[in-house]
Design a protein around this ligand. Structure first.
Ligand code: NAD
Ligand SMILES: O=C(O)C(=O)C[C@@H](O)[C@H](O)[C@H](O)COP(=O)(O)O
Ligand code: ZN
Length: 353
């Protein structure tokens, strides 16, 4: 993958973990940050690196992305006397790779980072592209850094133990890539949704590869997410469905899966896009068919709109008091809408009831 800090490899394969020792350079020691439930995997990986390893267990899911956990990781690296040639490895879903990447970005102002995503969502999105960070109660990913890994290892065999609900949540980001950029993804999902959600199928492998390609292409062109204008959209396109999705996550106290929240966000955005950008009814219905067909939610508490709208003001795409959202005028054509009409947003939210 091309990047601001130099190209790096994203290894996608069953068995790709064999690439790990080759990514460690001259590291004297390694820290492996992993969620508590994935301790056996972290231990297995630790046994292959041929250097002293500090295992750092962090809480599972969004509970990892807090300032308290970040602080605990820093203190563990201090105790281990971690220096600038040592390597942080993040093994886990997107919550772990977001946290671990930020630990690596901030420790000594930056030490090498290797990402080993173990969920679909982390493989296709969170672990590639260099966004790292943690949440605050006020909003999602409000603290973080753009910081690139030296390599990413997507060992598809690790997905054999991933719960089906998490496979499907990850496919929400894959579909996002189809809606904003690669329409073949939408076709592949439409042809056979059950096969698309089967992690052992060739269709699934193609979907993962295509989604990573979309992300890599977008990020290579606009690593630091410049401000898009209308149809001239850079990295902000990857935020389709996220303005509402992130607000839902914060409102729910980070108890929702990210993929579930952005499924609602994309269903909502498709309606806003129909009203403001002329997206056709068939494409709106396709959002519901594909996301709903995967068992993903298409709605959130109706009474929460005002609170969600207030949280949305802290979205990173906002400029001053102006909300900005990503919509699509057709599949593959993202458009950034500045100051979307409030009535349209409310009506689109009501439509989800
Ligand atoms: N940095 C980015 O560009 C970016 C992009 C997309 C999403 N994200 C972030 O990613 C996070 C969501 O990631 P996620 O969906 O992977 O959630 P997650 O990290 O919570 O993982 C989901 C669940 O699956 C479990 N799990 C992971 N791999 C497993 C495996 N191989 N076997 C069994 N269980 C496994 C985890 O322990 C967890 O319980 C959110 O915080 C989101 O904001 C970041
Ligand atoms: O990589 C990006 O850019 C994205 O927007 C990808 C999103 O799927 C991802 O959830 C990201 O973490 C959102 O970033 P944020 O800047 O809106 O917090
Ligand atoms: Zn996302």
């Amino acid at each position: 993958m091309e990047s601001a800090q130099g190209p790096y490899d994203v290894h996608i394969d069953r068995g790709a973990l064999t690439h790990l020792p080759g990514l460690l350079g001259d590291a004297s020691r390694v820290a492996v940050i992993h969620p508590e439930p994935l301790l056996p995997l972290a231990q297995k990986v630790a046994a292959t690196v041929g250097r002293p390893v500090t295992l750092i267990a962090v809480p599972d899911a969004e509970a990892a992305k807090t300032s308290e956990v970040l602080d605990a990781c820093w203190n563990t690296l201090a105790e281990a006397r971690f220096t600038r040639n040592d390597v942080v490895i993040g093994i886990g879903g997107g919550t772990t790779t977001d946290l671990a990447g930020f630990v690596a970005a901030s420790w000594l102002r930056g030490v090498p980072y290797v990402s080993v995503p173990t969920s679909v969502l982390a493989m296709v999105d969170a672990a590639v592209g260099g966004k790292t960070g943690i949440n605050l109660p006020a909003g999602k990913n409000l603290v973080g850094a753009f910081y690139e890994p030296v390599g990413v290892i997507c060992d598809l065999s690790l997905l054999d133990t991933l719960p089906e609900r998490d496979v499907r949540a990850g496919l929400a980001e894959v579909l996002k890539c189809g809606f904003i950029a690669d329409t073949r993804i939408v076709e592949l999902a439409r042809e056979d949704l059950a096969d698309a959600a089967d992690v052992t199928s060739s269709r699934f492998a193609e979907l993962v590869t295509r989604a990573v390609q979309v992300k890599a292409t977008v990020v290579a062109a606009d690593f630091r997410e410049s401000t898009s204008k209308g149809t001239k959209v850079g990295r902000e396109s990857l935020n389709y469905g996220h303005t509402l999705g992130h607000a839902i996550e914060a409102h729910a106290g980070y108890t929702w899966r990210h993929g579930d929240a952005i499924a609602v966000g994309m269903a909502w955005c498709s309606r806003v896009s129909r009203q403001l950008l002329g997206l056709d009814h068939e494409s709106v219905a396709m959002h519901d068919d594909l996301l709903g067909g995967l068992g993903l939610p298409l709605r959130y508490e109706q009474s929460a709109w005002e609170e969600l709208r207030a949280i949305m003001n802290l979205d990173k795409k906002a400029r001053g008091s102006m909300l900005r959202i990503v919509g699509i005028s057709e599949f593959g054509k993202p458009v950034v809408v500045d100051a979307p009409d409030e009535k349209v947003m409310v009506a689109a939210y009501r439509e989800l009831s």
